[in-house]
Design a protein around this ligand. Structure first.
Ligand code: LR7
Ligand code: MN
Length: 573
């Protein structure tokens, strides 16, 4: 059962091909009637105790997933949005719908229109309702953080948890109010939730950001397992048992549901493609990537098979509470939003755990284009700083790839705060290297150690730069000559062994100096990759003002640094 596998059950070591990735989900409309009838999981009244397959107190056995399910008998079958169907904005409400959009960055008017306990189609793959789970599944505390969430959407999230989770497994549902400003999220929310003894509300007295807000919830949780959810979700029938089953079987494991799509426009509930892994691309952008069709066929993967993921989306997952704390929870130095899913994913895998998607567990989520709440500081800088913290602690030398793909970070490195505790934690847990992670968990990630390597050929003279002792010379190009071989690193250094090309060396011309790692004054920008196409192929020293270019002097035929001139072939490399 190697960790390089896509799934928990199949032998798969290599990744074939690669498809496009994306973090913005596109859904497929589900059948208009909840046709995938679940003979075994008939409607059960909320509040009724789940039946446990005839097992007495004497022995622990398994039973079928007997999820609580209001889907087949909704309160008001005629209500708009029932069964997850799309809803249209009434003609006379168009203007109102538009103006209310910004309350949540989705169609808030429609959310208010549809029942808070609507039914949705059972989108689980065939076979899920027949699966067995243990009788002694651990209990869970569901933790839902929110800041200024839309009232009806928050209620629908809560109702879906309460009505589709077996009461015996749901220890409590903790709502963490991250210092919301909306009046309705104060006494009115407390009053509404007081009818559900399992719901606890924690009103934070200052804005914590979702990362520290989750931690505040986790600290008071009493369930064996923590299950985190966003506050604009709808849990589908049978969502909880398979997650808890996977954690029960292996405590060092994070179990994630398939995240389905609640349309921000018409509030319909849509299913998504199967066989998708959670992955990231540089500079640490989360996305989903389809397992290649030939891999699915060759290994006879089934839609219900567990899918192992290099990283998780971040919002929806179950993790054993004690294990979460053993891992040091999140880096609490992460601010507001972003990057914490990368941090926990790397930590889990590199320190002996695993992350998987459980296809029989499905939860809808409203995907939207922008955060509907304010960031205490600049949004982009907050996320970049979080990611840089993660890179510094977990990526080893590969952090250069992160910085190299976020070029501007090379020029203005974010102030990262103290990382010593995170470093010490990684030491204490004796975690694997990032190289191990790449080889064993995410072998299909392109992570070349340098951006480019080879000869530095001047276009105007067709001659190449060579290292002669400790100076630079121009020579006839020769690929077999090691002295002409350079690496162009992710930190934009032109490197030959331990030596770096510096803009101005001892002789006032470009020269060589021992590299010292991070040194933006030695960085060369190869501008074919830049926003100035007129400087295509130039090697530009960015930190000089005005920027200077590496060139071959037309008369002396020697290396110089000079004013950048577009289309000058003596400046092209
Ligand atoms: O300061 C904040 N305080 C909060 O309590 C900011 C947010 N929040 C709450 C917020 O109300 C929401 O319930 O935290 C939750 C997540 O915030 P969203 O919904 O704005 O985040 P998202 O869905 O756009 O982003 C995804 O990435 C985040 C990175 O930090 C979190 O991990 C989210 O939980 C995560 N959501 C998902 O994984 C659902 C699938 C989306 C994807 C990919
Ligand atoms: Mn969300």
């Amino acid at each position: 059962d190697s960790v390089g596998n896509f799934t928990g059950s199949q032998e798969l070591r290599r990744v074939l091909g690669s498809n496009g990735t994306s973090a913005t989900r596109t859904g497929t409309a589900v059948p208009r009637t909840p046709s995938r009838g679940t003979p075994g999981a008939a409607a059960v009244e909320p509040g009724a105790a789940p039946e446990h397959g005839g097992q007495g107190a004497a022995g622990i056995g398994t039973h079928r997933v007997l999820a609580m399910d209001v889907t087949l008998a909704p309160r008001d079958p005629q209500a708009p949005g029932q069964f997850g169907h799309p809803v249209a904005v009434p003609e006379d409400k168009q203007e109102e719908a538009r103006s209310r959009w910004k309350e949540g960055n989705f169609n808030v008017l429609l959310s208010d229109l549809i029942p808070v306990d609507r039914a949705i189609a059972d989108t689980r793959p065939a076979g899920c309702s027949e699966q067995q789970v243990h009788d002694d599944l651990p209990t869970t505390t569901v933790i839902m953080c929110f800041v200024d969430e839309v009232w009806s959407t928050l209620l629908r999230s809560v109702h879906s948890v309460l009505s589709r989770s077996p009461p015996s497994l749901l220890r409590e549902l903790i709502l963490v109010d991250d210092f919301s400003t909306k009046e309705y999220l104060k006494e009115k929310l407390d009053a509404y939730m007081s009818q559900f003894p399992k719901v606890k509300i924690l009103h934070l007295r200052e804005r914590h950001g979702l990362i520290r807000a989750r931690l505040a919830g986790a600290r008071i949780a009493r369930g064996t397992v923590l299950t985190f959810l966003d506050s604009h979700v709808e849990c589908n029938v049978g969502w909880l048992e398979p997650l808890l089953e996977r954690v029960r079987l292996q405590r060092a494991r994070v179990a994630c549901p398939v995240i389905e799509v609640i349309s921000d426009k018409d509030m319909s509930y849509m299913t998504v493609d199967n066989f998708q892994r959670g992955i990231f691309t540089w500079p640490m952008n989360f996305g989903w990537k389809q397992i290649p069709q030939e891999v699915i066929e060759k290994n006879k993967l089934k839609e219900t098979d567990i899918i192992r993921c290099p990283v998780m989306a971040g919002g929806l997952f179950s993790i054993e509470r004690k294990y979460f704390f053993e891992l040091g929870t999140y880096d609490s130095g992460l601010d507001v939003w972003g990057g914490e899913n990368m941090e926990l994913s790397f930590k889990v895998w590199m320190c002996g755990g695993e992350i998987e998607i459980v296809p029989c567990s499905r939860v809808g989520h409203i995907f939207r284009n922008d955060n509907p709440y304010s960031f205490p500081k600049d949004r982009v800088r907050t996320v970049e700083r979080n990611l840089a913290r993660v890179a510094e602690v977990w990526l080893d030398d590969y952090k250069e790839l992160f910085y190299g793909h976020a070029y501007h970070l090379l020029q203005r490195r974010p102030e990262l705060g103290d990382l010593s505790q995170q470093m010490a934690l990684r030491d204490r847990l004796q975690c694997h290297s990032f190289r191990w992670y790449l080889q064993n968990v995410y072998p299909d990630l392109a992570a070349p150690p340098v951006k480019a390597s080879g000869l530095l050929m001047n276009v105007g003279t067709a001659r190449c730069i060579a290292v002669q002792n400790t100076t630079l010379a121009l020579q006839a190009c020769d690929v077999n000559n090691k002295a002409q071989h350079f690496n162009y690193t992710w930190l934009r250094l032109l490197r030959h062994g331990e030596l770096c090309v510096v803009p101005v060396g001892a002789a006032g011309a470009p020269g060589l100096r021992p590299c010292t790692g991070w040194e933006s004054s030695l960085a060369w920008r190869h501008s074919s990759m830049a926003a100035r196409p007129e400087l295509a192929e130039h090697l530009v020293v960015q930190h000089q003002h005005p920027p200077a270019c590496l060139l071959v002097h037309r008369v002396l035929l020697a290396l110089r640094l000079g004013a950048c001139t577009a289309t000058d072939r003596y400046q092209q490399w």
